[in-house]
Each structure stands twice: as structure tokens, then as C-alpha cells.
Design a binder for this molecule. Structure first.
Ligand code: HEC
Length: 621
């Protein structure tokens, strides 16, 4: 009897274990089925085979961490596209898509063991008078030119650069950050949010400031009335911060944009005690959801008193508020005009008392005349003085390409050829001035800032398209303009066909030299591409341009010859204990200060993912 009972109990236990095991097995199977089903339901319309323009193909999604794919649906770019999924389905689709196991990336905060500096010295408040890098364009003309005294690096020194330290970002698969360097410190925006203040030479940490979203625009330093330095940064939740550069304490914060999809990517332009910061949005992607009432965001610029964060004016690039347009067959109300995001830092023109911005495409019909345009605003009031549209009727959202979008939202779609980079202002030997702006269409435009944007010359440098043509930026000296070419999307079946750089005489657009892309050494890897979307940066004797093949290169600005080349597709030891590797290079350009070169590597969106920020410095120092 007793034995039987024991036997039964054991049997029961075994059964229970077997059932549990079965349940686990069944659950794992279900998970995959749920993920696959969720993918078909909510994602395949764009990420299926073939993917629609700009949407990542499956093999590239597989290289992203499941946490990143999950976050994109929870609080990132895919929130609305994933709106029909519950939390479990969002996780399941992430696990289904990624080849990396869930949980291999530790919780961001736990994974990050920032090594604090042992004897932190106070910030040198005179740092702006010494070699430094602050902001995007480096001067009011936005040239992206770092003079010799600041760069401290001659072309002959390039061969003597060695890897010094790296910071690993705990989450995120795409690094696009423009650091600032001053007073021996480097300030870096992380892809998962936050600003790190590190020692520029060793990478030890002074502080980390938490932000609501990723800081993509350049971090900029401002000298306050009391002589102390303040940092200005904006984030992808459209928050703007004034931060004490020494302590990392917040001095002010503002969120001027009420639109839920607004974000900041372009850095502030400073003029005297004022600054002008631009706003863009994700609404173009939200527009891909068949139930979304597309679209109501309008690009804008906000002027602030830098010291206090007091708002002075906000100017909408489309002055007219969006109105109801048509109702789709599914009963969804559409709105317009919308769009004309401002992605990049404005350019200040003291002579005209004007501010120039370049704008993105329209989202909905009717496409505003200020979309895909160069727009001049009054510096004092923000009123639009003139605009020069380069592509008319370019209304585009993800609905234009999504396989399941309402037919109404596919009507009259444009080519999606935003301006993504800042205009450069230059003076010619004859005293006339020229404003230079490159577009995703692959065309470089030169207009007359003193004649309401009259076209001086235009030159097509590449076929262009949804991932640029000309994407993140170019650089100029006194005579020439250096323009790297992206064309990443258009050439994905032929990864070596993208890229290249042009040196143009900016007086007339004539070509000084053109260097085709280097042959990519990674064609077997998804996302490998020779495209050069990254913003070019110039120092005397060296032009820096990173590529989607993971290489950072410097070119001789006189001849276009490659004079320095390092491959960042490798593992890097990090100062914060996070396993890190480099990948495709995209986004903001290098920072060159005092003989050192700093940049981020890893761009999983249409490229090879990675999560590292690296510092290279002179050997033996
Ligand atoms: C309407 C089209 C569309 C749908 C539907 C869609 N996506 Fe996307 N997705 C895109 C596009 C376009 C991009 C590129 C975004 C950009 O241009 O920055 C993108 C980007 C992404 C990214 C990269 C995000 C980042 O921050 O870089 C992830 C991850 C992603 N999608 C996952 C998903 C998942 C998962 C689903 C389904 C739940 C989904 N997407 C549904 C169009 C779509």
C-alpha cells in the first residue's frame, strides 16, 4: 500500500515534470509561432521580402539584439507600426527576428560599470580659448573645418595614430553621435540616451547625465555670464537641455514641441546670447500605419536665450496649420499640409540677419512649398523671408511603400528626397557669397543668399534616393567643397557601387577631383556597403570620411588620395566593461582635437551593427 502510494506519487511527479517539460517545449514553439504570426500581421508589410525602401531586410534585423527590436516597438520608431501587437507579441516578434538570444545584452544600467576618474579635476572654465570641438559646423558658416591650431594633427601624424580607449554602449545597435571636447573632457551622447562626460585622454568618467531620449545632434558649449561653461543638447524626445559642463547638473530643460512624434537631431546654432534649435519627427514612419490619421507634424525652429532657456520664438516651416483633407475607405481622417522637418543645424548669416535651414519632404498632400527647400528665417522674429524649393510635390510617408497601406495614402507619393544636412555659407574671391546645400536626391545646390536664394549652380553627383545621395554632410575650406556620397539603399544588391567623394570648386561647381569608393572587404556580411553617408570633416591636409564598410579613412584634400585607413569592424576593449564592436560608420563625422581623433562605429540600420565610441591618439603619448 505504502509503496503503491509512493509509486503513484513518483509517477505523478514524473508526469508533472514531463508536462512541465512539454509545456516549456510547447511554449518555445508557440513563441516562435506567435513571433512569426505577429511579424506577418504587423511588420511584413514593410520588412517582408522584398523590404520596402528604407525598411531593414530580414537578414539585417537578425543581427540586431532582440532588446533593440523590442524597444523600437515599445518606445522607438516602430511604436505605431506595432500598435496592433500586445506586449507578448512585441517580445515574440523581436525574439523571432533576431539571431541573438534574448538576455545576452544585460540591463543597460547593470551592464554599465562606468569607471569614475580617480582624481577628478574641476573643468577648466577657459576651455573654449584652448583647442576644443563644440557643436556641429564649428563656425557660423557651418564649414565642418577644424583649423590647425584646434586640430593639432598634421597629415604626417596620421600614421602615428593608435587606438587609445573605447566606450561601449550597453543598448542600441546604431551609433550616431557628435561629441564635444573641451578642457580635457569629452561629452558623448549615447544611443540609448544620456550624455557621458569622460576624460578625453583615458576615458574615465566624470558624470553621466540622463536624458529622455537619444542625443544625436552635436553637443555645444556656451560661456555663461558668470564665466562657467554650459552644455546645450537636444534629444529624440524633443527635449532641450542646458547642463552645467563641470558637474553635469541640469540648469534648464524645455520641451517646446507638443507633437508626440517630434524629435531633435540637428544641433543648435548660436549667435551672441541666443540659440536656434530645429525640430524633426518620426511621423513619416507612423504614417505607414493604416489606422494613423496622417499627418500633422510641421518642422520648426525655436529661438532661446541660451543662459536661461527662455523661449523667444518658434517658427513653423509650414506656417499654415494642418487641416482635414480626405477620409480613407477605412474611415481614417487624413490631414495636411505636414512635414518639412528640419534635421540639421541652422546656419546664421549675420550680414542678412537671417537663419538658413534646409528642410525635409512633406508627409501628406498638399506638399508645402517649404518642403525639400532652403528656407531663410528672420533672425529676430523667425518669420520666413524666402524659400527655394528644390523638389516639389514630395509628399512621402511609409504608407507610400507599405504593402498594406490604404490606396488613398499611396496617391501622389514623392521620391523622399529630404535635405538632411546643414547648408554651408561661403564668400567667393569677388566678394559674392554662396549658400551650399546637398540633398538626398544626389544634387548639390548653390544659391545666392543675397538674392533670395536665386540658383547659382546645381550639380548632380549621384543617382540619389531614400538613403541619400548626399546625406549627413559635407565640408568646405576657402575654395572647395568636399561631398561624400551615400546611395546605400539603391546599391544594396551591389554593395561596391555606392559611395565616393567629390571635391568641387564652390564658385562654379566644377570638379577638382572625384575618388570612387574603396572596394568593400566585407561583401558577405549583411549591411556591408561602400556608401559614405557619414558627414565629412576637414582639417588642413586631411579630409575624414567614414564608410558603411566599417572603415574610417582620411583623404588628401588636394588630390583625393586615401592617406589613412583603419578598419573598425573588430572587438574593442572598453573603459566601461560593456562588450563592444565596431560596424558600419554613418551619421556625424569625426571629432579632431589636439592630435586626437574620436568617432562612433556601428550602424545597424541598413548597415553592420555595432556599439562603440573610439578614441585614437598619438603613439607613445
Ligand atoms: C509601414 C512600414 C513599416 C512597418 C509596418 C514596420 N516597419 Fe519597421 N521600419 C520601417 C522603416 C521605413 C524603417 C526605417 C526607419 C527610418 O527611416 O529611420 C524601420 C525601422 C525599423 C527598425 C529600426 C529602428 C531604429 O531605431 O533604427 C526596427 C527594429 C523595426 N523597424 C522593426 C519593426 C517591427 C518589429 C515591425 C512590426 C511590429 C515593424 N518594424 C513594422 C517601416 C516599417
Amino acid at each position: 500500500m505504502r509503496n503503491l502510494r509512493l509509486g503513484r506519487r513518483i509517477l505523478g511527479l514524473m508526469l508533472a515534470i514531463a508536462c512541465a517539460a512539454l509545456a516549456v517545449g510547447a511554449w518555445a514553439g508557440d513563441d516562435k509561432a506567435i513571433g512569426q504570426h505577429a511579424f506577418e500581421k504587423a511588420c511584413a508589410a514593410c520588412h517582408g521580402d522584398p523590404p520596402v525602401p528604407r525598411a531593414l531586410p530580414r537578414d539585417q534585423m537578425a543581427k540586431l539584439t532582440p532588446e533593440f527590436i523590442y524597444q523600437a516597438q515599445l518606445s522607438g520608431k516602430m511604436v505605431l507600426n506595432a500598435a496592433a501587437l500586445n506586449d507578448m507579441e512585441k517580445r515574440a516578434v523581436a525574439i523571432y527576428l533576431s539571431e541573438i538570444p534574448w538576455g545576452s545584452v544585460k540591463d543597460a544600467k547593470a551592464a554599465e560599470q562606468l569607471t569614475m576618474c580617480a582624481s577628478p579635476a574641476p573643468l577648466d572654465q577657459k576651455a573654449l580659448d584652448k583647442p576644443h570641438w563644440s557643436g556641429w559646423g564649428l563656425d557660423a558658416d557651418n564649414t565642418h573645418f577644424q583649423p590647425a591650431a584646434q586640430a593639432g594633427l598634421a597629415p604626417a601624424d596620421l600614421g602615428n595614430l593608435e587606438f587609445k580607449w573605447a566606450l561601449g554602449f550597453p543598448t542600441g545597435a546604431s551609433v550616431s553621435t557628435q561629441a564635444a571636447v573641451l578642457g580635457g573632457r569629452i561629452f558623448i551622447g549615447g544611443p540609448a540616451g544620456g550624455i557621458y562626460a569622460l576624460d578625453a585622454k583615458t576615458g574615465c568618467a566624470y558624470w553621466k547625465f540622463e536624458t529622455e531620449g537619444e542625443v544625436r545632434g552635436a553637443i555645444q558649449a556656451y560661456k555663461r555670464d558668470d564665466g562657467t561653461l554650459m552644455l546645450i543638447a537636444g534629444d529624440r524626445k524633443a527635449a532641450v537641455y542646458g547642463i552645467d559642463a563641470d558637474s553635469g547638473k541640469q540648469l534648464w530643460k524645455d520641451k517646446p514641441e507638443a507633437h508626440p512624434w517630434a524629435m531633435n537631431t540637428g544641433s543648435a546654432a548660436f549667435h551672441g546670447k541666443r540659440m536656434y534649435i530645429p525640430f524633426a519627427s518620426f511621423e513619416e514612419l507612423a504614417g505607414g500605419s493604416p489606422t494613423y490619421e496622417c499627418c500633422t507634424f510641421r518642422g520648426s525652429v525655436v529661438a532661446y536665450e541660451v543662459e536661461t532657456g527662455k523661449r523667444l520664438w518658434q517658427s513653423y516651416i509650414i506656417p499654415e496649420a494642418p487641416k482635414k483633407t480626405v477620409v480613407t475607405a477605412k474611415g481614417v481622417q487624413l490631414w495636411g499640409p505636414s512635414g518639412a522637418a528640419v534635421w540639421s543645424q541652422p546656419t546664421v548669416d549675420v550680414k542678412q540677419n537671417a537663419l538658413y535651414v534646409t528642410t525635409g519632404d512633406a508627409y501628406s498632400q498638399p506638399a508645402a512649398p517649404t518642403s525639400d527647400a532652403i528656407v531663410a528665417l528672420d533672425l529676430d522674429t523667425g518669420a520666413i523671408r524666402w524659400h527655394k524649393q528644390m523638389t516639389a510635390d514630395d509628399a512621402f510617408t511609409a504608407a507610400c511603400v507599405a504593402h498594406n497601406a490604404a490606396p488613398e495614402s499611396k496617391e501622389g507619393c514623392g521620391p523622399d528626397v529630404d535635405f538632411g544636412s546643414s547648408a554651408i555659407l561661403r564668400t567667393l574671391p569677388n566678394g559674392k557669397r554662396v549658400l551650399l546645400a546637398g540633398q538626398k536626391s544626389g544634387v548639390m545646390h548653390a544659391v545666392d543668399p543675397d538674392a533670395e536664394g536665386a540658383i547659382l549652380w546645381q550639380k548632380r553627383l549621384s543617382p540619389g534616393g531614400v538613403l541619400g545621395g548626399i546625406e549627413w554632410g559635407y565640408a568646405a575650406d576657402d575654395k572647395h567643397l568636399y561631398v561624400p556620397i551615400s546611395d546605400v539603399w539603391e546599391t544594396r544588391s551591389e554593395p561596391g557601387a555606392a559611395g565616393g567623394i567629390y571635391a568641387l570648386n564652390f564658385a562654379d561647381g566644377s570638379t577638382l577631383w572625384q575618388t570612387p569608393a574603396q572596394k568593400p572587404d566585407c561583401v558577405a556580411t549583411p549591411g556591408c556597403n561602400a556608401g559614405q553617408p557619414q558627414a565629412a570633416v576637414l582639417i588642413p591636409g586631411a579630409l575624414f570620411s567614414g564608410a558603411m564598410d566599417g572603415h574610417m579613412r582620411a583623404y588628401d584634400p588636394a588630390t583625393g588620395k586615401v592617406i589613412w585607413d583603419i578598419d573598425t569592424k573588430r572587438d574593442y576593449p572598453t573603459v566601461n566593461g560593456v562588450a563592444a564592436k565596431g560596424g558600419s560608420i554613418k551619421g556625424a563625422g569625426v571629432v579632431v582635437v589636439d592630435g586626437w581623433v574620436y568617432f562612433g562605429s556601428g550602424y545597424g540600420l541598413w548597415g553592420m551593427p555595432g556599439n562603440v565610441f573610439v578614441a585614437y591618439g598619438p603613439k607613445g603619448k
